[in-house]
Design a protein. Structure first.
Length: 325
């Protein structure tokens, strides 16, 4: 009897995950004995929030990315500032992050079931996965066993996160520094298929790209005109869809948007300037490529979730996610 393609793909992904994480000290069944109900508790709590506010899915996925790119996936983005330290959370690139209440609620629910066992870093990784799957996006096995970091520094976030104005060379270098490939870059950029941004992030691109009151010539002029109708030069608060018309649906429409020169950020447009990323954008710009993108996204998310993880006796298991013990 032939094995269905989707089942085979899941089996292969699981095998790849096991191979990738063995050297990191993470395991799919890390909490099998200490917190067997973990994933069901995380899913149920996350679902309550996503059902009321679906846009949290994009926010929580972004939070996981911002955590992993600074000091690795150690939950340091969740730590609040103190009188003696300005934490990552308050760095300029992170000031628009939201959904921390979801993580806090999940942590509280997990603590009631398994006190002192599960790290905030693991909870964030699970919540990001579940949030995406709850809006009909892909799912993936999440290897567990991360420990929480004790350091959170705003300056590190300011310089460690790739900004939306990076070009292809800069983006490739930023991802390579985290052992992520060019393919991972373009696949994870696909997360821009959901969510919103603020007008302030594209003001320069619309109104003063080279300092002479011009717009970015890489953008479709009709798209520029549409964005200008929504965003004045001084608008700091209005929000705009990252994937117009499809911002709450996890799909391949983002790649079609980029191909039409309607990517919201310079970093989106940069995907057309590199042969490898351009080829992926072209290949995945139709709905027939959805299953391929979902498989690739799942694999890249597993890789991202392994960045510089703390395991064993390193770090700690925080009692609350917003403060070190």
């Amino acid at each position: 009897m032939a094995i269905p393609k989707l089942v085979l793909a899941c089996i292969l992904l699981f095998a790849i995950v096991l191979q990738q994480v063995n050297s990191q000290g993470l395991k799919i069944d890390f909490y099998k004995k200490t917190c067997p109900s973990l994933e069901s508790v995380v899913y149920a709590t996350t679902a309550r929030y996503i059902s009321r506010v679906p846009s949290f899915a994009a926010a929580l996925l972004r939070m996981h990315f911002h955590d992993c790119f600074v000091r690795g996936c150690d939950g340091s983005v969740l730590i609040s500032s103190t009188s003696n330290n300005t934490a990552e959370k308050d760095s300029i690139p992170n000031q628009s992050l939201r959904g921390f209440q979801v993580i806090d609620a999940v942590k509280s629910a997990v603590e009631r079931q398994c006190p002192g066992q599960v790290s905030c870093a693991d909870i964030l990784a699970l919540v990001a996965r579940d949030a995406v799957s709850l809006i009909n996006g892909p799912s993936w096995p999440v290897p567990l066993g991360r420990r929480d970091g004790r350091v959170s520094n705003a300056t590190e976030a300011l310089f460690g996160l790739p900004p939306p104005f990076f070009n292809a060379t800069q983006l490739i270098a930023a991802f390579a520094s985290k052992n992520l490939t060019v393919k991972d870059l373009v696949v994870l950029s696909g997360s821009h298929t959901i969510g919103f941004s603020h007008c302030s992030t594209i003001t320069t691109r619309l109104y003063n790209f080279t300092g002479v009151g011009d717009s970015d010539p890489s953008m479709d002029p009709n798209y520029v005109a549409a964005l200008k109708r929504k965003c004045s030069p001084t608008d700091r608060t209005s929000i705009i869809q990252m994937d117009p018309g499809s911002s709450q649906s996890f799909d391949v429409n983002y790649y079609a948007t980029v191909q039409k020169r309607r990517g919201l950020f310079q970093a989106d447009a940069a995907l057309l300037t590199n042969n490898e990323t351009n080829a992926y954008v072209t290949k995945h710009s139709t709905s027939s490529a959805t299953s391929s993108f979902f498989k690739d996204f799942a694999a890249s998310m597993v890789k991202m979730g392994n960045i510089q993880v703390l395991t064993g006796s390193a770090g700690e298991i925080r009692r609350i996610c917003s403060a070190i013990n």
